[in-house]
Design a protein around this ligand. Structure first.
Ligand code: IMP
Length: 430
């Protein structure tokens, strides 16, 4: 069981950080394969809380190697800040963290372009971290990669070229172009020297580890419904968080992958704009937001709250090839009666089971709900499935029966101990 991909099965923020951290103890290497510092994982470790945006959660476990692969977009400043923050808190990072030469670099003009678009009426509610514009440059084949960033002559030529290409759009921004240039060069030498020792060929490192039967855990950022190709386009991120994205982003063949673990909350959340068929208005959403601390780790925005959506989850299971599920935040549902779960949509007068493929479809469909009994007890002390109240167990069992995928792990709180492993056949845990 050497290669496991952990994906978000909803719109991101499913609690992957905690789960990856939990599973990392059985890994030799943890790999981030897409996205950038738009992601935010809050991991509670040794009683301290860590908000990681770019660096894999495996960094918190001594001895594990961590790789930021080609498919990731890296803001050098954000990378510097995150490494320094970890080091200041006593985590050894050097020699354990590798940054791929092929990862693309987010520069200040990407952030400006992202913000401009959000403010000029074409916004989709991005994190404004420059993610989309950086991936645009990558696809346009004018992007700057880490390898280019480390070579001052190449870097200068690419920056000059790209600022010319983007000149029209940038000249309408509040920040003058000259100031943007100064921002790029101000810290350049320091950042280049800082990054140099981390640079590596990610695909070589990962494949060598797999060849030696080492265990590699691939960690997605965001979630299936934010996937550029299979999410709720255009309200998506600009990369492929789905399991196939791990192969493309890390330079690993699909034949190497053994299992795909999907992480879902016991309910649903999303940040940013876009369709959300099971969204809840009113006091239940307020209750769950406060109880579950449902505010974005990266932007602090309140998350939109909805009931668990099996149509959406079946879509995620299909496009990722999910073999097992993890259900997080079951404890947050305590006190909600009854618990509603969406089993189908009503769309254009028909009951449908598949997530609509059209742009408007997901806005227009109505959820069909079933109600299940809720529970009131505090679940956070349970360490075995049998210690959960019967209605909480029934909720989990009913969902897995509907989805036909085992829910192998149930999380009942942010720290590592608050994790219930159910399936003895989950070989990664051995
Ligand atoms: P971008 O990734 O910043 O371009 O934002 C595109 C969409 O993805 C927006 O709706 C964001 O709110 C959403 N998004 C990006 N990263 C995350 C994340 O880590 N969690 C949840 N939503 C995210």
């Amino acid at each position: 069981m050497p290669a496991l991909i952990v994906v978000g099965a909803q719109w991101g923020d499913e609690g992957k950080g905690k789960i990856v951290h939990f599973l990392s103890r059985n890994a030799d290497m943890v790999v981030r394969y897409q996205g950038g510092n738009n992601a935010g994982h809050t991991v509670v470790f040794d009683g301290k809380s860590y908000a990681l945006h770019l660096i894999p959660s495996g960094i918190l476990i001594p001895g594990k190697k961590n790789v930021i692969a080609n498919g990731v977009v890296v803001n050098p400043r954000a990378f510097y800040d995150e490494v320094r923050l970890l080091e200041r808190r006593g985590i050894r990072v050097r020699g354990r963290l590798f940054l791929s030469m092929g990862a693309h670099v987010i520069l200040p003009y990407h952030v400006v372009l992202d913000t401009l678009r959000e403010e000029r009426g074409r916004g989709i509610g991005t994190t404004r971290k420059g993610i989309g514009p950086c991936y645009e440059d990558k696809v346009a084949r004018i992007g700057v990669r880490i390898g280019d960033f480390l070579d001052p002559k190449t870097f200068k030529a690419l920056v000059d070229q790209n600022m010319r290409v983007r000149w029209m759009e940038l000249s309408s921004a509040a920040k003058p172009i000259a100031e943007l240039r100064r921002e790029i060069w101000k810290d350049y030498d320091r950042l280049r020297r800082f990054i140099e020792p981390f640079a590596a060929d990610a695909s070589v490192l990962i494949n060598r580890t797999l060849e030696r039967r080492g265990r590699v855990l691939f960690e997605s950022a965001q979630g299936a419904m934010l996937d550029l190709d299979f999410g709720t386009y255009p309200y998506v991120t600009s990369s492929n968080p789905i399991a196939g994205g791990a192969c493309a982003g890390a330079g690993v063949g699909p034949t190497r992958i053994d299992e795909v673990l999907g992480v879902t909350k016991a309910y649903t959340t999303r940040v940013g704009l876009g369709p959300f068929p099971t969204e809840i208005e009113g006091h239940i959403s307020h209750y769950l937001r406060e109880k579950g601390h449902e505010y974005g780790t990266t932007t602090g925005r309140p998350r939109r709250i909805g009931w668990l959506d099996l149509v959406q989850l079946r879509h995620a299971i299909r496009i990722n090839g999910i073999t097992r599920l993890v259900m997080t935040k079951l404890d947050t549902l305590a006190g909600v009666h009854p618990l509603k779960v969406c089993t189908a949509y009503r769309y254009k007068g028909k009951k449908i089971q598949d997530f609509p493929a059209s742009r408007q479809g997901a806005f227009e469909c109505e959820p069909v709900f079933e109600s299940l009994a809720g529970f009131s007890q505090d679940l956070s002390k349970a360490r075995r499935f049998s210690e959960l109240p019967s209605t909480a167990r029934e909720y989990v069992q009913w969902v897995e029966k509907q989805l036909k995928v085992p829910i192998s792990i149930v999380s009942v709180g942010p720290s590592k101990e608050k994790t219930i492993v159910r399936n003895a056949d989950f070989r990664w845990m051995r």
